[in-house]
Write a protein that binds this ligand. Structure first.
Ligand SMILES: Nc1ncnc2c1ncn2[C@@H]1O[C@H](COP(=O)(O)OP(=O)(O)OP(=O)(O)O)[C@@H](O)[C@H]1O
Ligand SMILES: [Mg+2]
Length: 274
């Protein structure tokens, strides 16, 4: 893929009397992994939902793979939407369905009926996320939170997305499971060339997987018309930012760690061997 994968321009989002986003523009290039950070309630998830068209902004433009979504026919829009996968907080699995049916769900939605093909894809994707085929008959409540996240990822990957959206992929997980998810996010990118957009508060995740960081600042704390994205750059630039608001969010520890982890020569072999 060449060019921008996802682009929003001049997005404004108002809920009642609350303006959450005003004039936010962001272009995500194909192949990059971008972390969107910022304090709670600043509009990160809203931004992500606008990018997926799960939420209609008050005004603004949305492009998928260089095409204005408004100009697409319903069929084209549906086709393009299938290129976008997502993993939400809590994995959002269907409790009443088995793991097998959860992973198969998207494929069935697209009209695929070849059970043999569905079965082999389900098993392949579960293997890709490091899960045993023995769990296919279980319900989500019978497996751990970390495993549920991996099933959610397997479900998204079953449709071979070009872009993956991850909303707080490691929230609520212990350090071992967080690292496992981070490694999977990175491996999805390395093996499939998937573009990644990650909303997270977990700075370790940012350090491990992102090559670009965007920081959103709450609209309510800014003067009108001031840029709401207060930072957009690499991990090294983030660590070296002179903006006090950036430092308040990332803390001093990030600066020290980043000097080591943001070096691509150093970072990639570490993640590859994981
Ligand atoms: N559908 C909605 N209707 C009304 N208000 C909404 C809606 N979605 C989000 N909001 C409001 O928009 C603001 C931003 O929400 P959002 O979920 O994007 O925050 P966030 O940056 O993702 O925060 P967190 O880090 O806590 O997840 C919040 O005040 C929220 O209450
Ligand atoms: Mg959120």
């Amino acid at each position: 893929m060449d060019g921008p994968a996802i682009e929003i321009a001049h997005v404004r989002c108002v809920f009642g009397s609350q303006t959450v986003l005003s004039n936010v523009s962001l272009r995500i290039s194909a192949g990059e992994t971008v972390a969107i950070v910022g304090e709670s309630g600043c509009g990160k998830s809203v931004t992500m939902k606008v990018m997926m068209q799960l939420l209609q902004p008050t005004s603004g433009r949305l492009k998928w793979f260089g095409k204005d979504v408004e100009t697409l026919s319903a069929v084209e829009r549906q086709q393009q939407r299938l290129r976008l996968g997502y993993l939400f907080q809590g994995a959002a699995l269907f409790d009443s369905l088995t793991i097998y049916e959860n992973v198969a769900f998207g494929m069935r939605q697209t009209g695929l009926q070849d059970e043999q093909q569905i079965r082999s894809t389900v098993l392949e994707r579960l293997e890709e996320v490091g899960l045993s085929p023995d769990i296919v008959g279980k319900r989500p409540s019978e497996i751990s939170g970390g495993m549920q996240k991996r099933v959610g990822l397997a479900r998204a990957l079953a449709l071979s997305p070009d872009v993956m959206f991850y909303d707080e992929p490691t929230t609520g997980l212990d350090p071992v499971n967080s690292r496992r998810i981070d490694d999977l996010i990175d491996s999805v990118r390395q093996t499939r060339g998937v573009t990644g957009i990650i909303v997270t508060h977990d700075l370790r995740t940012v350090q491990r997987v992102a090559d670009r960081v965007v920081m959103l600042y709450p609209r309510s704390k800014l003067q009108n018309d001031v840029e709401q994205i207060i930072f957009d750059g690499s991990l090294t630039e983030l660590a070296n930012s002179s903006d006090e608001r950036v430092h308040e969010y990332i803390g001093d520890e990030f600066t020290t760690n980043t000097a080591r982890e943001s070096d691509m020569e150093c970072r990639l072999p570490i993640l590859k061997s994981a």
